[in-house]
Design a protein around this ligand. Structure first.
Ligand SMILES: Nc1ncnc2c1ncn2[C@@H]1O[C@H](COP(=O)(O)OP(=O)(O)O)[C@@H](O)[C@H]1O
Ligand SMILES: [Mg+2]
Length: 373
């Protein structure tokens, strides 16, 4: 049917969150309204190859994680002759170039949600779901994100930033700087990672050295952050006029994990218990939802984001921890669950996201690119 909107669901990706993406995309494919959308599943493998996978075969597999089909033709994304985004086969094949209406990147982590992919999509002149280059990039950098949030009046935990250059040049003074004004425990984190990779809870001064060494394996910029005895509260934000914040949820990592570590997130089936809605009083719920909207706006995000906070048990104050501009979309992921609990079912959520992307693209297309008298 010609009037269906052609949606490329992009999955996989060259990040450590490749496998999470396969599960997220399987859910998205199940819930996208096929009466409105013609779905094109395009995978990105770990080497960065883009392939157009046959929808029928994928549908038949009914897998909890979308497969990348071995025979799927390799494609590249480009700006087509009439200015529309097209998928073009890399090698001469029977597959003709395919014009597309919108890309739904269901991919997470560096090279996927940090502005790089968004830059490619911009150059191809294609509409896409999610934040643009700027919002994606500043949201991925935990340091810049916190600075912008703080500038907008949203509290953040005190932290220091170390660069690998300075650490290599003068280890002793970097170590001293790292905890200046902070008290143990501190959290050491690579600036641009996710999934708790490279994150350490440091309880003694002696352990700081090794934690920094490890974190610098993942990034050239590392945060040393005041450890907070905190409850972990998350809010889903959906674009619109006005921005919509979901009910908040609370993640309670199982007591035998020191924090919400990689193990607790992905390896331990009982890693965390979720309260949705979070057990907050009405004023706290209202406050954290308002803060989430403030962060979303301050970081120039679009369409969707999951905003994560700490609720300090000692002071009762919220502080902003991090934001995910392409949050998990698996059947048990918090973003769609929080939206569902707040009155936006999964399928409707996807329809709204696709239309938000198309609207924004149309608006940007209508802008003058040069001096107009
Ligand atoms: N300042 C902090 N105080 C207490 N716990 C923290 C702090 N920073 C991180 N954590 C713990 O580490 C987890 C992962 O940190 P986070 O900054 O969210 O990184 P990621 O992007 O990998 O999820 C958090 O969910 C929390 O359990
Ligand atoms: Mg986190």
């Amino acid at each position: 049917m010609a009037d269906k909107i052609r949606v490329v669901v992009l999955y996989g990706g060259r990040s450590g969150e490749h496998e999470v993406s396969l599960k997220s995309a399987a859910s998205v494919l199940r819930h996208l309204d096929r009466a409105r959308f013609e779905v094109i599943p395009v995978s990105i493998d770990k080497t960065g190859r883009w392939q157009w996978n046959d929808l029928g075969t994928i549908d038949q597999a009914q897998a909890a994680a979308l497969p990348i089909l071995p025979e799927a033709p390799e494609m590249r994304l480009a700006r087509g002759p009439d200015g529309r985004g097209v998928l073009i086969p890399i090698s001469a094949s029977a597959t003709a170039p395919l014009e597309i209406d919108v890309v739904f990147p269901v991919i997470h982590g560096p090279l996927c949600e940090d502005g790089t992919m968004q830059g490619l999509l911009e150059l191809a002149d294609v509409a896409y779901v999610g934040s643009g280059v700027l919002g994606s990039a500043v949201s991925m950098d935990k340091d810049v994100a916190k600075r912008l949030a703080e500038f907008a009046g949203v509290p953040v935990a005190p932290y220091r930033v170390l660069t690998r250059k300075a650490f290599v040049r003068d280890r002793a003074s970097s170590l001293a700087q790292a905890i200046e004004g902070l008290s143990l425990p501190v959290f050491v984190k690579p600036c641009n990672m996710g999934s708790s990779v490279g994150i350490h809870k440091v309880k003694t001064r002696d352990a700081l050295d090794a934690a920094l060494d490890d974190a610098f394996r993942y990034d050239v910029k590392v945060l040393v952050e005041q450890g907070i005895d905190a409850r972990e509260i998350e809010v889903a934000v959906l674009d619109g006029e006005p921005l919509f914040a979901s009910l908040a949820s609370e993640l309670n990592p199982n007591a035998h994990h020191e924090f919400y570590s990689y193990e607790a997130k992905y390896l331990d089936p009982d890693g965390a218990r979720v309260d949705l809605p979070a057990r907050l009083d009405a004023a706290q719920m209202e406050r954290v939802r308002a803060l989430a909207v403030q962060v979303f706006a301050a970081l120039e995000c679009s369409d969707l984001a999951r905003v994560d906070f700490f609720l300090d048990r000692r002071t009762g104050e919220f502080c902003f921890n991090e934001i995910n501009t392409l949050p998990g979309f698996t059947s048990i992921s918090m973003y769609p669950k929080m939206m569902e609990a707040s009155g936006v079912p999964y399928g409707e959520l996807l329809t709204r996201l696709v239309h938000l992307a198309l609207d924004r693209h149309r608006q940007r297309q209508s802008l003058e690119r040069g001096y107009a008298s």
